[in-house]
Design a binder for this molecule. Structure first.
Ligand SMILES: [Fe+2]
Ligand SMILES: [Fe+2]
Length: 235
């Protein structure tokens, strides 16, 4: 299966059919389109409506996750509802199977990696912060566990590894993702690829500590590298 993936669409209110031609192009080279969060710039329903129109005109199955930007206006449920009505499948609690390939995904959260990983200790707000990262990892693990496919793809916004963050300032790595996501992924042999966005200045390819291939598909990473805003990954 050819999986086209793109992250960080950042659709704005002033845009007119911003992804229509691109989605049409992708329809000719892939079997599924995966959107890796920051679908809108501020999480405004009007921005989601603009992307929804482009999704409606896409002939491929479209699935994906929200990003932090899609939460900015405080109505991620509305953004989900608009995109779902247009035919996009938002992964989160529910994994899906398309032509024998499984897809499970969550937005993910920050929290850091290795020695830099924040622990749930001390003030309640520090514990709540870490809880959010642990919850996202738990949802991802549950989704992956529900799949009965031999091959699956994990879909994220935040990064599960530092390997695809190279190019970003190391001081902000802990805000770009969480190793807890990789811990969940590495429990399953059937995950053949992980796609994420969020790190606009990161690196395209890396691996989880367990060796699963990870692709940063933020369009701002891909365009300078390949000339295209999307990646096509064979699974
Ligand atoms: Fe972004
Ligand atoms: Fe983001």
């Amino acid at each position: 299966m050819r999986v086209a993936a793109i992250g960080d669409l950042h659709v704005q209110e002033s845009d007119t059919a911003p992804y229509r031609d691109l989605f049409n192009e992708i329809s000719t080279v892939a079997d599924v389109l995966v959107l890796c969060g920051d679908l809108t710039n501020f999480g405004k329903p009007t921005e989601a409506e603009i992307l929804a129109d482009d999704i409606k005109s896409c002939s491929l199955p479209v699935l994906g996750v929200l990003g932090n930007h899609d939460y900015e206006c405080g109505c991620p449920e509305k953004v989900c509802e608009i995109l779902t009505s247009a035919g996009m499948k938002i992964l989160d609690e529910q994994a899906v199977e398309i032509d024998g390939v499984g897809f499970a995904g969550v937005k993910g959260f920050m929290g850091g990696y290795g020695r830099g990983e924040l622990a749930p200790f001390g003030e309640p707000i520090a514990k709540a912060f870490v809880d959010e990262a642990m919850n996202e990892a738990r949802k991802l693990e549950n989704g992956l566990r529900s799949l009965r496919t031999e091959r699956s793809v994990a879909v994220l916004h935040y990064s599960p590894t530092v390997e695809t963050l190279g190019g970003e300032p190391t001081e902000i790595f802990q805000y770009l993702g969480s190793q807890r996501l990789a811990d969940a992924i590495d429990r399953f042999d059937h995950v053949k690829a992980v796609v994420h966005g969020h790190a606009h200045h990161g690196t395209h390819e890396g691996r989880t500590p367990g060796g699963t291939p990870v692709f940063n598909v933020a369009q701002f990473v891909l365009k300078p590298l390949t000339g295209k805003q999307y990646a096509v990954i064979e699974v």
